[in-house]
Design a binder for this molecule. Structure first.
Ligand SMILES: *Cc1c(COP(=O)(O)O)cnc(C)c1O
Length: 458
């Protein structure tokens, strides 16, 4: 360490003088202390690594300002409810599926008290944590067994680790997909400790390509839903039934990562959603199926694994299961959402209702909304499923168009308002899509537009 650096380190303000600052007098002592520690450590590390020149060391006032910023950020409320006026039903940046009101109610009851998460009330002994989600999943999909973990990425990782560690996983080159947020099929296979065996080509793969590479080292044949893109032209995806036949012939399990995972009837007609049906995949003979809880299912973030009893049991017994398991809030939300399906009320799940909204109903809502917003007009427009489901398939609907300029400034004022509103900007105009606005949010949305306009006009 040179003498300049040593002098700069010695010259940093002391904890005592930071704590004595009037600027931070309304903040609990311990909080200021730890925030100051963090800021000082940062400056010291920068000095010692050479990233910060000793001539540019912040003085006491600058350090105090940094500490204040850390404290302010710590006190700020970042995550909050947002009105989704984008028309993107499963908007990943907006937390994907909103929960049904009765599901949110069940969550809040469990959140604010104790719950029988692992206690069987009938005999007072330890009970199965998953029994409340397993039974409805069995009833809804026909699966032998079912478990749930934190999200579908975790489900796929758990399945591959439990079934194929140190052995081979066979995947079509057309299905080595990236879902986003660093979930890439080849990386998940290697993270699970397995060796990836690619078969076929980018655009065309047949079941016979799988058949040819199976050896005594093969642990799993993996089929992955190409969730967020579509291949057209000279393409061939191996037929599910043909893959089942190959798997049976060799006595190797066929695992399918369905991505969205549809329970019950397709909410959007005529778009090949049948491919995503969990029940159909199991009925066709797929041994294990993994899917998300917060995509087409419309529940909380979760990853669900259903299928053959022995394979599900291997996943449940694997040490990784404990690390990936669902927390009690996710558990109760998933249970309550699945119960809506079992009781025949699946179409009241918000995301399903949004996907099923007809253009006529949306037009009516858009007209009613526009009538409360001066200058607004309605236009035929398309919503989007989002969440990597139904790529390239627009949902016919109507939006409310706001004439205000500049549109980006109004969109920002809407985002910064309370409640925050996220809207779509297209052709230089803000558009509000009623599809994703919950009925209880409509009045708040109208008021939010008025407030955002006032900010924008200033
Ligand atoms: C979305 C998706 C995942 C990841 O699911 P999460 O629940 O977001 O973890 C994995 N595989 C496929 C095919 C998907 O579509």
């Amino acid at each position: 360490m040179d003498s300049n650096t040593r002098a700069a380190l010695a010259g940093l303000p002391s904890m005592t003088s930071i704590l004595a600052s009037a600027q931070l007098s309304d903040v609990p002592h311990d909080v200021v202390k730890d925030a100051a520690r963090s800021v000082l450590a940062d400056v010291r590390t920068a000095l010692l690594s050479g990233a910060l020149d000793s001539a540019h060391v912040p003085d006491e006032q600058a350090i105090l300002e940094r500490v204040t910023r850390v404290v302010q950020a710590a006190r700020a409320r970042r995550l909050r409810a947002v009105i989704n006026a984008t028309g993107v039903v499963l908007h990943t940046n907006l937390g994907r599926a909103p929960l049904a009101a009765e599901v949110a109610q069940a969550v809040s009851e469990v959140a604010a008290g104790y719950a029988n998460v692992e206690l069987e009330l009938s005999h007072g002994q330890r009970g199965g944590r998953l029994s409340g989600v397993e039974a409805p999943l069995q009833a809804l999909t026909g699966a032998d067994r079912a478990i749930a973990v934190n999200n579908n990425a975790a489900a796929v990782l758990l399945v591959l680790t439990a079934l194929s560690r140190d052995r081979e996983v066979v995947v079509s080159r057309g299905e080595l997909v990236e879902i986003g947020g660093s979930f890439r099929v080849p990386d998940v296979v290697s993270a699970g400790g397995a060796k990836l065996v690619e078969v076929g080509t980018t655009n065309r793969t047949r079941a016979a390509d799988f058949d040819r590479v199976v050896t005594d080292q093969t642990a799993v044949l993996l089929r992955v839903h190409p969730s967020n893109f579509r291949q057209v032209g000279f393409v061939h995806r191996p037929d599910r039934a043909a893959l089942v036949a190959v798997a049976r012939k060799h006595g190797v399990p066929l695992v399918e990562d369905l991505g969205s995972g549809l329970l019950g009837a397709a909410p959007v007609a005529g778009v090949g959603l049948e491919e995503e049906g969990v029940e159909a995949a199991l009925a066709a003979g797929v041994d294990l199926v993994c899917f998300s809880g917060d995509k087409l299912l419309g529940g909380p973030q979760a990853g669900i694994i259903v299928g053959r009893a022995d394979l599900v049991e291997r996943c449940r017994r694997h040490p990784l299961y404990r690390a990936l398991r669902l927390d009690k809030l996710g558990l109760v939300a998933l249970e309550a959402t699945l119960r809506m399906y079992v009781e025949g009320r699946g179409d009241h799940i918000p995301t399903r209702a949004m996907l099923m909204a007809t253009p006529d109903a949306l037009r009516e809502q858009a007209v009613a909304l526009a009538a409360r917003i001066p200058g607004a007009t309605v236009e035929a427009d398309e919503g989007v499923t989002g969440g990597g489901a139904l790529p390239g398939h627009g949902l016919a609907g109507w939006t409310v168009r706001l004439p205000d300029r500049p549109a980006d400034a109004l969109a920002k004022a809407l985002r910064m308002g309370s409640p925050a509103v996220v809207a779509r900007v297209a052709d230089g105009a803000v558009r509000l899509d009623p599809r994703t606005v919950l009925p209880a949010e409509r009045t708040a949305l109208v008021a939010a537009v008025a407030r955002a306009r006032a900010v924008n006009d200033r």
